[in-house]
Design a protein around this ligand. Sequence first.
Ligand code: SF4
Length: 243
Amino acid sequence: MRVIDRCNLTILGEPGCETLAHFLAEQQVEITASLPCYLEENVDKQRGDGVFQASLDGLRRLNTLGYGLPESGLILNLVYNPLGASLPPDQATLEQTYKEQLATRYGIVFNQLFTIANMPIHRFGSQLLSRNEFGNYMSLLKNSSKPRNLESVMCKTLISVGWQGQVFDCDFNQMLGLPLGGEPAGLIHLGELLDADFSGRPIRVADHCYGCTAGQGSGCGGALVQEATPQATTAIQQPVTDR
Ligand code: SF4
């Protein structure tokens, strides 16, 4: 079974979690980790002071174990999400820039970059509300939604498992505490589903799903369709200023 750890890099250096990276490597777990920029100013502005350096420490720890290195078999993918209320840029172009910048600035290597649209939920949703941008962002997502992306949204082939073993249609639904579609009784534990057939099961959807179907589409595997959206590729070249 292919297992992906949706990793917050800073956790790898937290007290009590020092052996986590080694455990993941031993188990051949694929790692998909958020790094919204290769510039410290941008990451700390979005995620909080010190997050960038802690993330670099996590990446160095993973590289030392072989993650991201050719032929190691240990996959390390990074995730970019826009700093503001816009759709992600072209994934392939940005991946090239990330690879060059992280290698030359910090000596860090990784396999692939995934661009993911910001979901209008939780912290980003709150930011949108506080800036009175929520309605505009939802309109952007809805107006950019492409029916073709419905074929490959990640909830059709992946499930998300919380740290306590509860199963969700995706990690966004997990963040919202939304139980599997077709499960009105509430949250289901992985142990109850090990032999279950997921074919044809309903998926729980809501307005945030437009975040997966807008533009080139997005999910934990990055863009669903590769297409050029050059308007946003320069958005991370310089540190953001106050919005
Ligand atoms: S947010 Fe909606 S469309 Fe996207 S993966 Fe989850 S359930 Fe599927």
